[in-house]
Design a protein around this ligand. Structure first.
Ligand code: DX5
Ligand code: ZN
Length: 224
């Protein structure tokens, strides 16, 4: 079954705790926590100090680090309670070393690819990965439209993972609504990040249920 990860960036920060409870009650699987440093991406969002509080809620935290030098932050985010830590391929450094460091801290290790990045960089990293994150918008802001060219990349990575026998999750982030999320799933995604469409929906449960219904249509074998 598809997993749904609401992006906290689109929540009402005045009542952050209640917002997390609301999406958890609606059936979300993870809390997607977008960390921006004003250097790798133009905006600054929040850091490990806030994550520590978010992690006290009911959802495991999926930390998406859109930051330079992520290796310097892994310990902070792990200690703060992140369950998944995802770094960007384009952030550079020694990716294999940083991914290993994430696992050494007891977290699941993810690698994110910007829209312009090809999947080749995953080839020798597959055994080090618990998650691949395909960005379907340029990172830095919530509320953008999905870039449709990225759908083929999802399919390419799905076959790469399947061929290698990898059990890594394939998460997609950016511009997900009930229509685009169905396309993401059809191309092989099994974790959908949704910010503005989910937090902005009057009925968050209806939104998540609709994603699950699309998954069931695509995977009738799981209903048996
Ligand atoms: C973009 C972030 C996304 C974003 C998703 O830089 O990584 O997680 O919050 O927001 P929506 O779903 O509104 O595109
Ligand atoms: Zn994100």
């Amino acid at each position: 079954m598809v997993k749904v990860a609401p992006s906290l960036l689109a929540a009402d920060f005045r009542v952050m705790g209640a917002e997390i409870e609301r999406v958890a009650a609606a059936g979300a699987d993870y809390l997607h926590f977008d960390v921006m440093d004003g250097a790798f991406v133009p905006e600054i969002s929040f850091g490990s100090g806030i994550l520590k509080w978010a992690a006290k809620g009911p959802l495991p935290v999926d930390a998406h680090l859109m930051i330079e030098r992520p290796e310097a932050q892994v310990a902070n985010f792990a200690k703060a309670g992140a369950k998944i830590i995802t770094i960007h391929a384009e952030a550079g450094g020694h990716l294999h070393r940083t991914l290993s460091l994430i696992r050494e801290h007891g977290c699941l290790a993810g690698l994110a690819l910007n829209p312009a990045t090809t999947p080749d960089c995953l080839r020798y990293l597959l055994p080090s990965l618990d998650l691949v994150l395909v960005m379907t918008v340029n990172p830095g802001y919530g509320g953008q439209k999905m870039i449709p060219e990225c759908l083929d990349k999802i399919a390419e990575i799905r076959s790469m993972l399947d061929r290698a026998g990898s059990k890594a999750m394939l998460e997609v982030d950016g511009g997900a609504n009930t229509v685009t999320a169905a396309e993401m799933m059809r191309h092989g995604a099994d974790v959908i990040v949704a910010g503005s469409a989910l937090f902005g929906a009057d009925d968050a449960k209806g939104f998540i249920d609709s994603l699950r219904a699309s998954w069931r249509q695509l995977h009738p074998e799981e209903n048996a």
